[in-house]
Design a binder for this molecule. Structure first.
Ligand code: SAM
Length: 348
């Protein structure tokens, strides 16, 4: 099923050059990006992510840091993976994160980014930067302290904002991720635009996905990106696309500038308009399952091969999981066939 078999070369630290065979599927998509969940545990418990408060983590973090470094090494040197996104659970609560980032930064990646709730960034952004982290996306769904406490089940908005501010000072780029929730934050869109205008931070609005059988919650709170765009137009707020509306970076967002302002916003509309055709990534859960897509149940349990440092098996699994990906995945199907894992467990 492999379609391009040309051998490519890339520089690795120390001035050497590694050869690898890129993985390109039958739709012309090339594997470039691995999203790694380093723990199931989280210090918050957001209602849209984790339906049951305190939902127990089954495998807090099954793979050791050494094992995760081996995975990155195989991905980069054997398959040409260029970018890693660290996620969870909440990655910053796993002890040893900074050292691990320092170690994987030596593998010649173009980009190391992290998705976080920002609560611990106030003290961790600097050491992470020094270790090699370049970018963070911080989850922030409201600017109202009480609502923030409610949706996160106990979090402090102040600490999140403080974390964002320190990250903004030391990292190459900070973005804010806000999950759109009808009746909760859909009337705060102007506040997010004002925040972006004031800080220069891009805010990405994410359509709510139905997880873990949250049918009622989903129907109550889902609001489409299209509706948000219409509301903005009604309020005289106009958007212009950047790069003709193409994706920027390795992620799935379409980004816009707000006309007449320095505010920048992105939309991730995986429910109404998927970006499957430009998707270049695979996901690794914290218990060592390799997933072709957030929406696919076809996992390969890779922990044993990683534990044995079985390079060929790990490389073959990465290749296989990328090549079996469907042309598109339909997130709405998840409503009838709820995920077996919460978003927290997959590493949303
Ligand atoms: N703890 C980190 C955080 O808060 O960003 C990383 C893990 S969290 C699962 C990763 C991302 O998944 C967050 O941006 C979060 O907003 C998003 N997410 C979680 N549940 C979601 C859902 N039901 N629909 C859409 N996005 C969701």
């Amino acid at each position: 099923m492999t379609h391009s078999t040309d051998v490519l070369q890339q520089e690795i630290p120390g001035g050497e050059t590694a050869s690898f065979r890129p993985v390109v599927d039958r739709y012309g998509r090339r594997l470039r990006y691995l999203r790694i969940s380093v723990t199931d545990l989280c210090n918050l418990s957001c209602t849209y992510c984790n339906p049951v408060k305190g939902c127990a983590a089954t495998h807090p973090h099954k793979l050791s840091w050494e094992e995760l470094e081996f995975l990155v090494d195989v991905g980069v040197n054997d398959l040409g993976i260029e970018a890693i996104r660290i996620t969870g659970g909440e990655p910053t609560i796993r002890p040893g994160l900074v050292n691990w980032v320092r170690r994987i930064a030596r593998h010649g990646l173009h980009d190391i980014a992290m998705t976080t709730n920002g609560i611990l960034l106030g003290r961790m952004a600097r050491p992470l930067r020094e270790a090699g982290l370049k970018r963070v996306n911080v989850s922030l769904d409201t600017f109202d302290g009480e609502k923030y406490r409610d949706v996160t089940r106990g979090g402090s908005l102040e600490r999140c904002l403080e974390g964002i501010e320190v990250a903004r000072q030391v990292l190459d780029r900070v973005k804010v991720n806000a999950v759109l929730l009808r009746g909760f934050n859909d009337h705060e869109i102007p506040d997010f635009l004002e925040f972006s205008q004031r800080t220069g931070i891009e805010v990405r609005f994410i359509e709510l996905m139905p997880i873990f059988g949250q049918k009622d919650y989903f129907h109550r709170h889902f609001i489409s990106v299209e509706e948000i765009k219409e509301r903005l137009a009604d309020q005289g707020i106009h958007l212009e696309t950047e790069d003709g509306g193409n994706r920027t970076g390795y992620g799935p967002a379409t980004t816009y500038r707000v006309v007449g302002s320095r505010a920048r916003i992105g939309f991730i509309s995986q429910m109404s308009d998927t970006k499957c055709l430009s998707c270049n990534k695979l996901r690794m859960t914290s218990d060592g399952a390799l997933k072709p897509c957030l929406l696919s149940p076809k996992e390969i349990k890779l922990a044993p091969a990683i534990a044995e440092r079985d390079r060929d098996t790990v490389a073959e699994a990465l290749r296989h999981q990328f090549l079996i990906r469907a042309e598109r995945y339909d997130a709405l199907e998840a409503l009838n066939d709820p995920f077996q894992r919460s978003m927290q467990a997959i590493g949303g």
